[in-house]
Write a protein that binds this ligand. Sequence first.
Ligand SMILES: [Ca+2]
Length: 472
Amino acid sequence: MRDLTLTLILLFFTSFNHVHPEDGLKEKPNVLFIIIDDLRPQLACYGADGVISPNIDQLAGEGVMFTRSYCQVPVCGASRASLLTGLRPTRERFTSFKSVADDDAPGITGLPKHFKEHGYHTISNGKVYHHYEKDGAGGWSETPWHPNGWVEAPWYPKGNWANYLKEENLILRDEFTYGHAYESSDVLDNAYFDGAIAEKTIADLQRMGEKEKSFFLVAGFRKPHLPFNAPKKYWDMYERSEIDLADNPFQPENVPEASLTYLWELNNYVGIPKDPPIPDSLARTLIHGYYACVSYVDAQVGKILAELDRLSLRENTIVLLIGDHGWHLGEHGLWSKFTNFEESLRSPMIVSAPGLTAGQASTGLVEFVDLYPTLCELCGLPDPEHLDGTSLVPLLEDPNSRWEEAAFSRSRDGASVKTDRYRYTEWTDDDGEMYARMLYDHQVDPGENKNIAELPESTQIVEELSEMLKDD
Ligand SMILES: [Ca+2]
């Protein structure tokens, strides 16, 4: 069945081979890749309450939505370095936000470069490689673009990565590096980076739609990463008093200290306590800010997809949307990422490819490292030999296919495996000696509130999962 479907897809694309560019169709399918910073799968399409995201929800209805997709490393720089090289992290490689793919994996051809070398016109807008100014060398047909260097306006001071607009935060930032953890400004969408990134991406679609070359266009949105800065109208979509707090704001039973990151990252910001707990009223404001930022980015995604449709490019464009990792919004008393809990490792993945399944979810255990071979297969490019992942095309053809038994992730010393039923994490020192571990049975404890790794009845499953980590 798979062969037949693939043949049909290839025929579908091959039929465009002799079409002239003025007809708007190209030899190979285009790729529009949308990366949303720190997006957890709290979206209506994922069955979650709270966030208003009609455009991402619509995209899910036009493709396959992966309900159990996992990042390899729950921090921006490392996650992107891994997914863009198609390589898994190790103890030494892709370890932090500082990770540079070209340094950690020298000589490896990254995903954009691979597409460029196979005739694609590749464009990077916003945050794609974390260090977009110096990483992924040779991968882009045009200099990677970011509003920092593009919009000549007083509200884009160079280096203001946090993208504050309000004077009160800009002053604080000058003094402390960080301002408040959130900001609401009564401005147009393009006053903040992500609106400008959408406008640039739309202009690229208009420009590239005219050209003969297929495009590989990446829009890297910066929200809902901290600080939660968004135009006021997106804050106004929510009634703060109605926002639910995490229902498990406590440490899991028997949790190892190694798993706890407390208020890392968040407590850099003005007005945030250095140590937990976050008072309920502040927690509600922060969640409000996160939701506002997701709705803001969702609106930008909607603009780009509307333009793709308007230009009649959709039928020959693969649209891929992911977060780069998840985020804690108070679960286990934790905020931000960096952990080996589900909140931190699970992130959305939606693939809408012409001629393939639309409007279905897949529960297959999939990993961001699978994206590189998936895009290669969809576009008829050869796989580089170095790839660690597996093409997801079988799941795009039949979302209910039997799939891999496990997804693997790492955060600092902790290696983690997610199977159909369990999540197991093991921390080891530099000599490989295990010093902490945790096991959650998602069948009875999906919220990961009780670590059962040390219970006598867990001995066998812990051994099995520990072996899987060694084999990974
Ligand atoms: Ca991130």
